[in-house]
Ligand binder design. Structure first.
Ligand SMILES: C[S@@+](CC[C@H](N)C(=O)[O-])C[C@H]1O[C@@H](n2cnc3c(N)ncnc32)[C@H](O)[C@@H]1O
Length: 248
């Protein structure tokens, strides 16, 4: 039996030129003849563009100003970063995978604004950013893949690097919603191993919010199980405002 040569996110990004013509596009409304135009950046194959635009407008745009400093944890090929960068003074694009960072930098080259592309360590959730220096830290479609310890570790780092009044937006997977449970059941049928490329860790709002509260955050908006948006219906997205310095 041939083993899959694409085992890591770095492999995925490094082989994007080839994968781009064969990856499954989740939005069934995209005809085969339009796939080339549709896949503007790595990541456009996941979910659908109206759902992504709605997430950016609902959760990120309200915190973007031309003086805001923002960071994306797990910026991938720049699917979200390309929408956010023109709206802020500076956007840190943070990812563990060098090939992802290279693609992100390429995708953002045509987009107005400033960025720093920073590789994170794979072993420990740590942000190489000064304390109390950011207005917005967000992560989309990345925490869904990470073990709870990592999610909590990144949330703790977000609490450190945000200034008081700043906002963290975290997107996690959950088994609380019917679509989330369907995803979990499918992963059992597919015999998905934890920690493999694309596997999910199901966390949910309760765990995220209790940890957030212990780190000095209050919830601003929580969306989960809301039909009409691919991600809102299946997953959980929380916007959290930092109101106190965490005891780290
Ligand atoms: C599914 S992609 C999402 C990328 C982008 N946010 C988007 O929505 O298109 C997940 C990204 O998380 C990155 N990643 C994986 N493990 C990570 C970790 N421990 N810390 C930060 N990023 C990680 C991967 O390299 C990949 O770029």
């Amino acid at each position: 039996m041939k083993s899959n040569p694409i085992r890591t996110w770095n492999d995925y990004a490094a082989n994007w030129k080839v994968l781009r013509s064969i990856v499954h596009i989740e939005d069934r409304g995209v005809p085969e003849t339009q796939r080339d135009d549709y896949l503007e950046t790595l990541g456009d194959e996941w979910g659908d563009k109206p759902s992504v635009d709605q997430f950016v407008n609902d959760f990120l745009v309200p915190h973007c100003t031309d003086r805001a400093i923002a960071a994306e944890i797990g910026s991938g090929g720049g699917r979200i970063a390309r929408r956010v960068r023109p709206l802020v003074e500076m956007l840190y694009c943070l990812d563990t995978e060098p090939a992802m960072l290279a693609l992100c930098e390429k995708a953002l080259a045509q987009v107005r604004g400033r960025s720093q592309f920073v590789q994170l360590g794979r072993e420990f959730p740590s942000l190489p950013i000064e304390s109390s220096s950011l207005d917005l830290v967000y992560s989309f479609d990345t925490m869904v893949h990470l073990h709870f310890r990592y999610v909590f570790g990144y949330l703790r780092e977000a609490a450190r690097v945000l200034r008081l009044g700043g906002t963290a937006v975290f997107h996690v997977a959950t088994s609380d919603t019917p679509q989330g449970r369907a995803h979990l059941l499918q992963s059992l049928s597919d015999r998905t191993e934890p920690g493999t490329l694309g596997s999910f860790e199901y966390l949910g709002a309760a765990a995220l919010l209790s940890c957030a509260s212990s780190l000095g955050f209050v919830p601003e908006r929580v969306v989960s199980g809301v039909p009409g948006n691919f991600y809102y219906e299946r997953d959980c997205i929380c916007s959290l405002r930092k109101v106190a310095e965490p005891a780290l």
